[in-house]
Design a protein around this ligand. Structure first.
Ligand SMILES: NC(=O)C1=CN([C@@H]2O[C@H](COP(=O)(O)OP(=O)(O)OC[C@H]3O[C@@H](n4cnc5c(N)ncnc54)[C@H](OP(=O)(O)O)[C@@H]3O)[C@@H](O)[C@H]2O)C=CC1
Ligand SMILES: O=C(O)[C@@H]1CCC=N1
Length: 271
């Protein structure tokens, strides 16, 4: 079995470890690194996975998944440079960071795959987009696909699309959570008990998501089917349009894309 080490087991790193365990991988095939001993002990107690030093992770693992914040990448590259060779696959989950950064800083020929996942991997429903670096072979991509398809859906995209993917599906769950939060508040405004508002909105979100996934109907068709002539929904839609919610979403996602580009800037191949 492939040994996978997650470097930086924060929110997404932990989500990946937990998703891989849920999908049937053994704790003995997983490792992680963390810089705070308390966090390391907490994760080992929760999952039975060993926390190790980066050099040991590089020695024992076939795949090193980099899951530190993009701003924290420099020391990680410095630690990995002397201990990683072409037999180890690097999988970067970091927003904005190009595969060329790893290729430049690590030994010649080290294969790198850039991935943008999202947190629903905790429940086996991640959306992950993968892009090969210049030394990643079809076998490396297949290995990453196999690893990530055990925690959700996987598509391959050109690396040039990864900043847009990051803005859409990497950050995407946050937009839905924000919407749900606001709709629950609306229930409170209308005088419903919080628990009732939460139940109504969460199940409506689950139902709507299932309809999108399972009927394969366009969202416009599904929305029109809810919108009765002279009914309630059209009144709400008019308010959403009046408040520019569609334009706000376009601007918000564009801003997220711009931030991903900015996070990669200090590391792009020209600098
Ligand atoms: N959260 C998400 O939904 C998604 C995140 N990502 C990407 O994943 C990466 C991590 O994001 P997220 O999980 O949110 O961030 P977190 O800050 O929660 O996780 C990063 C973890 O790495 C630790 N860390 C930092 N430096 C080192 C190091 N040198 N060695 C070992 N551990 C280290 C951090 O410790 P400390 O607490 O001390 O900083 C922290 O626990 C980012 O690059 C982000 O772009 C991608 C897709 C989705
Ligand atoms: O907010 C972020 O920067 C990370 C990347 C995508 C989701 N979370």
């Amino acid at each position: 079995m492939t040994t996978i080490a997650v470097l930086g087991a924060g929110k997404i790193g932990e989500a990946l470890l937990s998703g891989l365990l849920n999908s049937g991988r053994g704790a003995g095939d997983l490792l992680f690194t963390e810089r705070h001993p308390d966090r390391s002990a907490e994760l080992t107690a929760r999952y039975g996975i060993a926390g190790v030093e980066p050099a040991e992770a590089a020695k024992r693992a076939d795949v090193l998944v980099v899951a530190v914040k993009p701003q924290d990448i420099e020391p990680v590259l410095t630690e990995l440079a002397p201990v990683v060779g072409p037999e180890t696959l690097i999988v970067s989950l970091c927003a904005g960071l190009p595969t060329s950064l790893y290729e430049r800083r690590l030994a010649e020929g080290v294969p790198v795959v850039r991935v943008m996942p999202n947190t629903p991997m905790v429940v086996g429903e991640a959306m992950s987009a993968i892009s090969p670096g210049s030394h990643a072979t079809p076998a490396h991509l297949a290995l990453v696909r196999e690893m990530l398809s055990s925690v959700g859906e996987v598509i391959e995209v050109p690396e040039s699309q990864q900043d847009a993917v990051t803005a859409l599906s990497g950050s995407g769950p946050a937009y839905f959570f924000f919407l749900v939060e606001a709709m629950i508040d609306a229930g409170i405004l209308l005088g419903l008990p919080r628990a009732v508002a939460e139940k109504l909105i969460i199940q409506s979100a689950v139902g709507a998501a299932k309809m999108l996934a399972e009927t394969a109907e366009h969202p416009v068709i599904l929305r029109e089917a809810v919108t009765s002539p002279a009914g309630t929904t059209i009144n709400a839609i008019r308010e959403l349009e009046k408040h520019g919610v569609r334009a706000a979403l376009l601007a918000a996602i564009e801003a997220a894309r711009d931030r991903s580009v900015e996070l990669g800037k200090p590391h792009d191949s020209a600098s």
